[in-house]
Design a binder for this molecule. Structure first.
Ligand code: CUA
Length: 302
């Protein structure tokens, strides 16, 4: 399930570990001093408080030292943040849409994919948005993460230094399928990328493929194709069968026909199969042809 994620120690790790060490030293130092003072200067041992007139060198040390430390931490945090926010002008621009519960990547030439293929040592800028709820695009190996927000554009850029396959997670709870909202970034050489890109672009526009669509639209995250029960009812052999649904809270029997499947995709809350939660998101991103292709595919799933 998980790709190879070779992660060298990078700048952000050095900064993170540096902050961690500073925090640990302060935590231990302050706690130990505090406990020592509580015991050493307790009222039992010192019924009479001593008058301390002040200590200039000490005042200077504990003002200057933390100031330098905190400004240093701010500096490194700021440098890292600036790098993350300044996208190189020649970056490859890719649109990323999060929806319950898949990621879709769209290249400048209109090519769409569910796995992000990019060339190595090339800046890539991801323009993120969401079709439904909040998601968050997270690539642990690259130490980058950004929210995908409905009705808003956000962005995130990276430059992969090594070829390989890296995991993409959704790191914002977005419903039942959240933990399964996975994808991959495939980093390949520029040659391999160019070949793939040109090849995919040159392909004639073919009729939508229902079998591929039920996977890419995320259907199989909740609906099995082999009869087993997951989050929703299995899609195996449902076409033409009778099923028991709840329509506005009223039970009724219906036949799974083309209209029912179309309605289930666009208005999933309308007729919910009894015994299953009414949680399916509307698949309004699907075109009429794509829905027809899915219907044709479901007819074959006997
Ligand atoms: Cu999408 Cu969590």
């Amino acid at each position: 399930m998980f790709g190879r994620s070779y992660t060298p120690i990078g700048m952000s790790d050095v900064i993170f570990l540096g902050f961690l060490v500073i925090c640990l030293v302060l935590l231990v130092g302050i706690t130990v001093t505090m406990v020592y003072f509580i015991i050493r200067y307790s009222r039992k041992r010192h019924p009479q408080a001593e008058q301390i007139p002040g200590n200039i060198p000490l005042e200077i040390i504990w003002t200057v030292l933390p100031t330098v430390l905190v400004l240093g931490m701010f500096y490194y945090g700021w440098v890292g943040f600036k790098t993350l926010r300044q996208v190189p002008g020649d970056a490859l621009q890719i649109s990323v849409t999060g929806r319950m519960w898949t990621w879709t990547f769209e290249y400048p030439n209109g090519l769409k994919a569910n796995t992000l293929k990019v060339p190595v040592k090339k800046a890539v800028n991801l323009n993120l948005t969401s079709a439904d709820v909040l998601h968050s695009f997270f690539v642990p190996a690259f130490r980058i993460k950004e929210d995908a927000v409905p009705g808003m554009k956000t962005y995130l850029w990276f430059q992969a230094e090594r070829e390989g396959t890296y995991d993409v997670f959704c790191s914002e709870y977005c419903g039942t399928g959240h933990s399964g909202m996975l994808s991959k970034i495939e980093v390949v050489s520029q040659d391999v990328f160019d070949q793939w890109y040109a090849g995919e672009t040159a392909k004639p526009v073919k009729a939508p493929d229902g079998a591929a669509l039920v996977v890419s639209a995320g259907c199989t995250g909740c609906h099995s194709l082999d009869g087993s029960r997951i989050v929703g009812p299995s899609l195996k052999g449902i076409f033409g069968e009778k099923t028991h649904v709840l329509t506005d809270g009223v039970e009724r029997d219906i036949v799974v026909d083309e209209d029912y499947i179309r309605r289930s995709l666009l208005e999933p809350g309308k007729d919910v199969v009894e015994g299953y939660p009414a949680i399916m998101p509307a698949q309004t991103q699907l075109s009429a042809e794509e829905i027809d292709a899915i219907i044709d595919y479901l007819k074959t799933l006997k």
